[in-house]
Design a protein around this ligand. Structure first.
Ligand code: AMP
Ligand code: MG
Length: 327
Protein backbone atom coordinates (compact mmCIF):
# COMPACT_ATOMS: atom_id res chain seq x y z
CA UNK A 1 0.00 0.00 0.00
CA UNK A 2 1.21 3.52 -0.76
CA UNK A 3 0.15 6.77 0.88
CA UNK A 4 -0.61 10.03 -0.83
CA UNK A 5 0.28 12.90 1.47
CA UNK A 6 -0.48 16.57 1.54
CA UNK A 7 0.99 19.58 3.35
CA UNK A 8 -0.59 23.04 3.53
CA UNK A 9 -0.07 24.58 6.97
CA UNK A 10 1.67 27.76 5.84
CA UNK A 11 3.89 28.82 2.91
CA UNK A 12 4.34 25.43 1.25
CA UNK A 13 1.81 23.43 -0.75
CA UNK A 14 3.18 19.93 -1.17
CA UNK A 15 1.98 16.54 -2.36
CA UNK A 16 3.95 13.32 -2.10
CA UNK A 17 3.76 9.57 -2.09
CA UNK A 18 5.57 7.31 0.38
CA UNK A 19 5.31 3.59 1.09
CA UNK A 20 5.07 2.02 4.52
CA UNK A 21 8.82 1.25 4.65
CA UNK A 22 9.58 4.97 4.30
CA UNK A 23 10.51 4.81 0.61
CA UNK A 24 9.74 8.07 -1.17
CA UNK A 25 7.97 7.59 -4.51
CA UNK A 26 7.01 11.16 -5.35
CA UNK A 27 7.68 14.55 -3.76
CA UNK A 28 6.21 17.67 -5.37
CA UNK A 29 6.29 21.11 -3.74
CA UNK A 30 5.42 24.67 -4.48
CA UNK A 31 6.46 27.27 -1.94
CA UNK A 32 4.80 30.68 -1.82
CA UNK A 33 7.51 33.31 -2.03
CA UNK A 34 7.58 37.11 -2.14
CA UNK A 35 10.18 39.68 -3.10
CA UNK A 36 9.51 42.18 -0.34
CA UNK A 37 6.49 41.62 1.92
CA UNK A 38 5.70 38.74 4.31
CA UNK A 39 2.99 36.05 4.25
CA UNK A 40 -0.63 37.14 3.83
CA UNK A 41 -2.74 34.08 4.81
CA UNK A 42 -5.54 34.53 2.26
CA UNK A 43 -3.07 35.07 -0.58
CA UNK A 44 -1.14 31.99 0.46
CA UNK A 45 -4.35 29.93 0.53
CA UNK A 46 -5.19 31.15 -2.99
CA UNK A 47 -1.74 30.08 -4.11
CA UNK A 48 -2.28 26.59 -2.65
CA UNK A 49 -5.69 26.30 -4.29
CA UNK A 50 -4.10 27.10 -7.63
CA UNK A 51 -1.09 24.78 -7.40
CA UNK A 52 -2.58 21.59 -5.88
CA UNK A 53 -4.05 20.26 -9.17
CA UNK A 54 -0.68 20.82 -10.87
CA UNK A 55 1.17 19.10 -8.01
CA UNK A 56 -1.20 16.15 -8.29
CA UNK A 57 -0.39 15.85 -11.97
CA UNK A 58 3.32 15.75 -11.15
CA UNK A 59 2.83 13.09 -8.48
CA UNK A 60 0.70 10.90 -10.72
CA UNK A 61 3.51 10.78 -13.26
CA UNK A 62 5.44 8.74 -10.68
CA UNK A 63 2.76 6.41 -9.29
CA UNK A 64 -0.44 4.73 -10.40
CA UNK A 65 -3.45 6.33 -8.73
CA UNK A 66 -4.98 2.86 -8.23
CA UNK A 67 -2.15 1.89 -5.83
CA UNK A 68 -2.97 4.66 -3.37
CA UNK A 69 -4.49 3.09 -0.27
CA UNK A 70 -4.35 5.96 2.19
CA UNK A 71 -4.30 9.74 2.26
CA UNK A 72 -2.62 11.79 4.99
CA UNK A 73 -2.89 15.53 5.46
CA UNK A 74 -1.72 18.22 7.90
CA UNK A 75 -4.52 19.02 10.31
CA UNK A 76 -2.59 21.71 12.16
CA UNK A 77 -1.16 23.79 13.60
CA UNK A 78 -1.09 26.43 10.91
CA UNK A 79 -2.83 29.28 9.14
CA UNK A 80 -6.55 28.46 8.96
CA UNK A 81 -7.13 29.49 5.31
CA UNK A 82 -4.21 27.30 4.22
CA UNK A 83 -5.25 24.35 6.38
CA UNK A 84 -8.78 24.56 4.95
CA UNK A 85 -7.47 24.47 1.36
CA UNK A 86 -5.37 21.43 2.18
CA UNK A 87 -8.19 19.61 3.90
CA UNK A 88 -10.63 20.36 1.08
CA UNK A 89 -8.27 18.91 -1.51
CA UNK A 90 -7.46 15.88 0.68
CA UNK A 91 -11.13 15.12 1.31
CA UNK A 92 -11.96 15.39 -2.39
CA UNK A 93 -9.26 12.86 -3.18
CA UNK A 94 -10.22 10.53 -0.32
CA UNK A 95 -13.80 10.55 -1.56
CA UNK A 96 -12.83 9.98 -5.17
CA UNK A 97 -10.43 7.13 -4.38
CA UNK A 98 -12.56 5.78 -1.53
CA UNK A 99 -9.60 5.40 0.85
CA UNK A 100 -9.18 6.37 4.51
CA UNK A 101 -8.05 9.89 5.38
CA UNK A 102 -5.66 10.41 8.29
CA UNK A 103 -5.20 13.88 9.79
CA UNK A 104 -1.83 14.42 11.42
CA UNK A 105 -0.03 16.94 13.59
CA UNK A 106 2.41 18.85 11.41
CA UNK A 107 4.73 19.16 14.42
CA UNK A 108 4.71 15.45 15.30
CA UNK A 109 5.45 14.86 11.60
CA UNK A 110 8.55 17.10 11.78
CA UNK A 111 9.74 15.05 14.79
CA UNK A 112 9.07 11.60 13.32
CA UNK A 113 10.63 12.29 9.92
CA UNK A 114 13.72 13.50 11.79
CA UNK A 115 13.90 10.18 13.62
CA UNK A 116 13.32 8.19 10.43
CA UNK A 117 16.14 9.86 8.51
CA UNK A 118 18.73 10.22 11.28
CA UNK A 119 17.99 7.01 13.23
CA UNK A 120 18.10 9.05 16.45
CA UNK A 121 16.31 7.00 19.11
CA UNK A 122 15.26 9.20 21.98
CA UNK A 123 16.54 12.72 21.41
CA UNK A 124 15.74 16.11 22.81
CA UNK A 125 14.16 17.75 19.76
CA UNK A 126 14.96 21.31 18.82
CA UNK A 127 12.00 22.33 16.71
CA UNK A 128 13.05 25.50 14.91
CA UNK A 129 10.50 26.43 12.28
CA UNK A 130 9.01 29.65 10.99
CA UNK A 131 6.13 29.86 13.43
CA UNK A 132 7.40 27.58 16.20
CA UNK A 133 10.36 27.21 18.47
CA UNK A 134 10.16 24.46 21.05
CA UNK A 135 12.47 22.14 22.92
CA UNK A 136 10.62 18.83 23.07
CA UNK A 137 11.23 15.45 24.62
CA UNK A 138 9.27 12.22 24.79
CA UNK A 139 8.32 10.54 28.03
CA UNK A 140 5.50 8.24 29.12
CA UNK A 141 3.52 8.14 25.86
CA UNK A 142 3.56 11.86 25.27
CA UNK A 143 5.66 14.67 23.94
CA UNK A 144 6.53 17.28 26.52
CA UNK A 145 7.68 20.82 25.91
CA UNK A 146 10.69 21.67 28.02
CA UNK A 147 10.78 25.26 26.81
CA UNK A 148 9.48 27.37 23.99
CA UNK A 149 9.29 30.83 22.55
CA UNK A 150 7.01 33.15 24.46
CA UNK A 151 6.40 35.31 21.39
CA UNK A 152 7.42 34.53 17.80
CA UNK A 153 9.17 31.53 16.27
CA UNK A 154 12.88 31.78 15.49
CA UNK A 155 12.22 31.57 11.72
CA UNK A 156 9.67 34.38 11.93
CA UNK A 157 12.17 36.40 13.97
CA UNK A 158 14.72 36.09 11.16
CA UNK A 159 12.04 36.72 8.52
CA UNK A 160 10.71 39.76 10.34
CA UNK A 161 14.13 41.37 10.53
CA UNK A 162 14.75 40.39 6.89
CA UNK A 163 11.49 41.95 5.77
CA UNK A 164 12.38 45.24 7.48
CA UNK A 165 15.72 45.41 5.73
CA UNK A 166 14.22 44.41 2.37
CA UNK A 167 15.29 40.78 2.02
CA UNK A 168 11.82 39.39 1.16
CA UNK A 169 10.50 35.98 2.27
CA UNK A 170 12.02 33.64 3.34
CA UNK A 171 14.84 35.73 4.76
CA UNK A 172 16.57 32.97 6.78
CA UNK A 173 18.86 31.73 3.99
CA UNK A 174 19.78 35.30 2.95
CA UNK A 175 20.58 36.25 6.55
CA UNK A 176 22.81 33.16 6.79
CA UNK A 177 24.76 34.32 3.71
CA UNK A 178 25.10 37.94 4.88
CA UNK A 179 26.15 36.77 8.38
CA UNK A 180 29.30 35.21 6.93
CA UNK A 181 30.68 38.70 6.34
CA UNK A 182 29.56 40.20 9.66
CA UNK A 183 31.10 41.04 13.01
CA UNK A 184 29.60 40.72 16.47
CA UNK A 185 27.73 43.53 18.16
CA UNK A 186 25.70 43.07 21.33
CA UNK A 187 21.94 42.46 21.04
CA UNK A 188 19.40 41.55 23.77
CA UNK A 189 19.69 37.92 24.88
CA UNK A 190 16.47 36.81 26.60
CA UNK A 191 16.07 33.39 28.18
CA UNK A 192 13.43 33.05 30.91
CA UNK A 193 13.82 29.72 32.66
CA UNK A 194 13.49 27.33 29.74
CA UNK A 195 11.59 29.80 27.55
CA UNK A 196 12.80 32.19 24.88
CA UNK A 197 11.86 35.69 23.79
CA UNK A 198 12.79 36.89 20.31
CA UNK A 199 10.73 40.05 19.74
CA UNK A 200 13.01 42.42 21.67
CA UNK A 201 16.03 41.05 19.87
CA UNK A 202 14.43 41.68 16.47
CA UNK A 203 13.25 45.17 17.44
CA UNK A 204 16.72 46.12 18.62
CA UNK A 205 18.32 44.74 15.45
CA UNK A 206 15.88 46.80 13.35
CA UNK A 207 16.59 49.93 15.43
CA UNK A 208 20.32 49.44 15.00
CA UNK A 209 19.83 49.03 11.24
CA UNK A 210 17.94 52.33 11.13
CA UNK A 211 20.85 53.95 12.99
CA UNK A 212 23.16 52.83 10.20
CA UNK A 213 24.80 49.69 11.60
CA UNK A 214 25.87 47.36 8.79
CA UNK A 215 23.38 44.77 7.60
CA UNK A 216 26.06 42.04 7.68
CA UNK A 217 26.97 42.75 11.32
CA UNK A 218 23.32 42.67 12.33
CA UNK A 219 22.66 39.40 10.48
CA UNK A 220 25.67 37.80 12.17
CA UNK A 221 24.78 39.10 15.62
CA UNK A 222 21.11 38.22 15.30
CA UNK A 223 22.05 34.63 14.44
CA UNK A 224 24.70 34.34 17.16
CA UNK A 225 22.34 35.67 19.83
CA UNK A 226 19.22 33.71 18.85
CA UNK A 227 21.17 30.48 18.30
CA UNK A 228 23.05 30.79 21.60
CA UNK A 229 19.68 31.15 23.35
CA UNK A 230 18.54 27.92 21.70
CA UNK A 231 21.74 26.11 22.67
CA UNK A 232 21.40 27.16 26.29
CA UNK A 233 17.88 25.78 26.74
CA UNK A 234 18.63 22.65 24.73
CA UNK A 235 21.61 21.83 26.91
CA UNK A 236 19.58 22.30 30.07
CA UNK A 237 16.77 20.11 28.72
CA UNK A 238 19.28 17.35 27.93
CA UNK A 239 20.73 17.57 31.43
CA UNK A 240 17.28 17.51 33.08
CA UNK A 241 15.95 14.58 31.07
CA UNK A 242 19.22 12.67 30.96
CA UNK A 243 19.08 12.39 27.16
CA UNK A 244 22.23 11.78 25.14
CA UNK A 245 20.95 12.87 21.74
CA UNK A 246 19.75 16.16 20.26
CA UNK A 247 17.87 16.36 16.99
CA UNK A 248 17.37 19.62 15.12
CA UNK A 249 14.28 19.86 12.94
CA UNK A 250 12.20 22.48 11.14
CA UNK A 251 13.07 24.92 8.37
CA UNK A 252 15.75 26.74 10.39
CA UNK A 253 17.60 23.38 10.64
CA UNK A 254 18.97 24.31 7.21
CA UNK A 255 21.27 26.82 8.92
CA UNK A 256 24.88 25.58 9.08
CA UNK A 257 25.92 27.91 11.91
CA UNK A 258 23.06 26.69 14.11
CA UNK A 259 24.09 23.09 13.42
CA UNK A 260 27.69 23.90 14.27
CA UNK A 261 26.79 25.54 17.59
CA UNK A 262 24.53 22.68 18.67
CA UNK A 263 27.14 20.14 17.60
CA UNK A 264 29.81 21.83 19.75
CA UNK A 265 27.45 21.89 22.74
CA UNK A 266 26.64 18.16 22.29
CA UNK A 267 30.30 17.15 21.90
CA UNK A 268 31.15 18.98 25.12
CA UNK A 269 28.66 16.81 27.00
CA UNK A 270 29.44 13.54 25.18
CA UNK A 271 26.12 13.55 23.43
CA UNK A 272 25.27 13.00 19.78
CA UNK A 273 23.91 15.73 17.57
CA UNK A 274 21.67 15.03 14.58
CA UNK A 275 20.02 17.30 12.07
CA UNK A 276 17.28 16.30 9.69
CA UNK A 277 18.55 16.24 6.05
CA UNK A 278 18.21 19.60 4.35
CA UNK A 279 15.59 18.46 1.86
CA UNK A 280 13.23 17.41 4.67
CA UNK A 281 14.01 20.14 7.20
CA UNK A 282 11.36 22.54 5.94
CA UNK A 283 7.70 21.83 5.34
CA UNK A 284 7.13 18.89 3.01
CA UNK A 285 4.48 16.31 2.29
CA UNK A 286 6.69 13.27 2.90
CA UNK A 287 6.82 13.87 6.66
CA UNK A 288 3.03 14.08 6.71
CA UNK A 289 2.81 10.77 4.85
CA UNK A 290 5.20 9.01 7.22
CA UNK A 291 3.30 10.33 10.24
CA UNK A 292 0.02 9.23 8.64
CA UNK A 293 1.37 5.71 8.10
CA UNK A 294 2.54 5.43 11.72
CA UNK A 295 -0.89 6.50 12.96
CA UNK A 296 -2.83 4.34 10.52
CA UNK A 297 -0.82 1.21 11.32
CA UNK A 298 -1.43 1.59 15.04
CA UNK A 299 -5.13 2.40 14.77
CA UNK A 300 -6.36 0.88 11.50
CA UNK A 301 -9.90 0.12 12.62
CA UNK A 302 -10.49 3.67 13.82
CA UNK A 303 -9.35 5.28 10.57
CA UNK A 304 -11.17 2.75 8.38
CA UNK A 305 -14.43 3.74 10.06
CA UNK A 306 -13.79 7.46 10.38
CA UNK A 307 -16.20 9.61 8.37
CA UNK A 308 -14.88 12.54 6.34
CA UNK A 309 -17.40 14.90 7.90
CA UNK A 310 -15.92 14.18 11.34
CA UNK A 311 -12.45 15.34 10.30
CA UNK A 312 -11.59 19.01 10.78
CA UNK A 313 -8.57 21.30 10.90
CA UNK A 314 -6.83 22.12 14.21
CA UNK A 315 -5.15 25.53 13.74
CA UNK A 316 -3.80 25.80 17.30
CA UNK A 317 -2.90 22.15 17.93
CA UNK A 318 0.10 21.86 20.26
CA UNK A 319 2.48 18.96 20.07
CA UNK A 320 1.99 18.13 23.76
CA UNK A 321 -1.74 17.68 23.07
CA UNK A 322 -1.10 14.96 20.50
CA UNK A 323 -1.99 11.42 21.60
CA UNK A 324 1.09 9.42 20.74
CA UNK A 325 -0.18 5.89 20.22
CA UNK A 326 2.17 4.86 17.44
CA UNK A 327 5.60 4.32 18.99
P1 AMP B 1 9.30 25.87 8.24
O1 AMP B 1 8.30 26.75 8.93
O2 AMP B 1 9.73 24.70 9.07
O3 AMP B 1 8.93 25.47 6.87
O4 AMP B 1 10.62 26.75 8.05
C1 AMP B 1 10.59 27.97 7.37
C2 AMP B 1 11.51 28.93 8.07
O5 AMP B 1 12.88 28.47 7.96
C3 AMP B 1 11.47 30.32 7.50
O6 AMP B 1 11.29 31.21 8.58
C4 AMP B 1 12.85 30.50 6.87
O7 AMP B 1 13.34 31.82 6.92
C5 AMP B 1 13.70 29.59 7.73
N1 AMP B 1 14.94 29.15 7.06
C6 AMP B 1 15.07 28.47 5.92
N2 AMP B 1 16.37 28.29 5.61
C7 AMP B 1 17.09 28.89 6.58
C8 AMP B 1 18.48 29.09 6.84
N3 AMP B 1 19.41 28.63 6.02
N4 AMP B 1 18.83 29.76 7.95
C9 AMP B 1 17.89 30.24 8.80
N5 AMP B 1 16.57 30.10 8.61
C10 AMP B 1 16.18 29.43 7.53
MG1 MG C 1 6.83 23.36 9.61
Amino acid sequence: MITLCLEATAHTAALGVIDDKGKILADARDMYKTEKEGLIPLDVAKHHNKVFPELLKQVLEEVDIKDIGLIAFSQGPGLSPCLLEGMRFAKELAKKLNVPLVGVSHLAAHLEIGKLFTKAKDPVFILATGANTQIIFFEEDRYHISGETLDIGIGNALDKFGRKIGLGFPAGPKIEELAKRGEYIELPYTVKGQDLVFAGLVTEAINKYKKGIKMEDLCYSLQETAFAMLCEVTERAMAHCGKKEALLIGGVAANKRLMEMLDIMCKERNAKFYAVPLKYSGDNAIMIGWQGILQYKSNKKYYDNLKLKDIDIKPGWRVDEVDVNWS
